[in-house]
Design a protein around this ligand. Structure first.
Ligand SMILES: [Zn+2]
Length: 213
């Protein structure tokens, strides 16, 4: 069960268990870049592109999953309704932060990030934990036919992006009991999160981060 710490950051107890790891899902009240001077990020483009951070900080190119295995490095994605996913390889001490909106989810970004960790770090999917953070919930996310068709639906429908990314992780070989879903909707909870669909151009972004001490 996700919980909120004293810095208004949501965390997962199962990931707190790793003393070498830092992780969290920011809210509108938390300033993640101020906490980590060395934060690596991407210019996010709703793709299935994966980038290796290699200890660098700042904006590290275009893509939607940022991979890291160097001690002292932290990577992050920015979202306001899209799904943030944090991946943790407990054996090889490697991590990834993933940004998955409907385009990225349809392109398989989360499955692709697991494959990229395998290619780059030798990650076995069975060694991974995955935390799927606050995003627009199925309660609020009605899409039109042009999006529905990407997910095998038709007409107007409610889409559950968090569940879709969870399925990608299971397809990639993760154990279901190691996939942690927040169940928290960014659009329902204006007091806690930015939401693009709710606030449109006024919406800022929250950071979700994962790194190695
Ligand atoms: Zn909602």
């Amino acid at each position: 069960m996700f919980y909120k710490d004293s810095q208004h950051i949501y965390r997962v107890p199962e990931l707190d268990a790793f003393p070498w790891l830092v992780h969290g899902f920011g809210t509108r009240w938390s300033d993640i870049p101020a906490l980590f001077g060395n934060l690596g990020t991407l210019k996010q483009i709703h793709s299935a592109g994966c980038v290796a951070a290699e200890g660098r900080a700042g904006e590290l190119g275009r893509g939607d999953a940022l991979l890291e295995n160097r001690p002292g490095a932290v990577v992050a994605v920015k979202t306001a309704d899209c799904v943030p996913v944090l991946l943790v390889d407990e054996r090889r001490r490697a991590v990834a932060a993933v940004h998955a909106g409907w385009r990225g989810t349809a392109a398989g970004i989360t499955r692709r990030a697991v494959e990229a960790m395998h290619e780059r770090f030798g990650t076995a999917p069975g060694d991974l934990h995955a935390a799927i953070g606050p995003a627009i919930g199925v309660c609020c996310y009605q899409v039109g036919p042009e999006v529905a068709v990407q997910f095998g639906g038709e007409g107007r429908m409610h889409l559950d992006l968090a569940a879709g990314n969870g399925r990608q992780l299971e397809d990639a070989g993760l154990a279901a009991e190691r996939i942690y879903q927040s169940g928290l909707c960014t659009m329902c909870h204006a007091e806690e999160w930015h939401s693009f669909r709710r606030d449109r151009e006024k919406a800022a972004r929250q950071h979700s981060f994962v790194g190695i001490r």
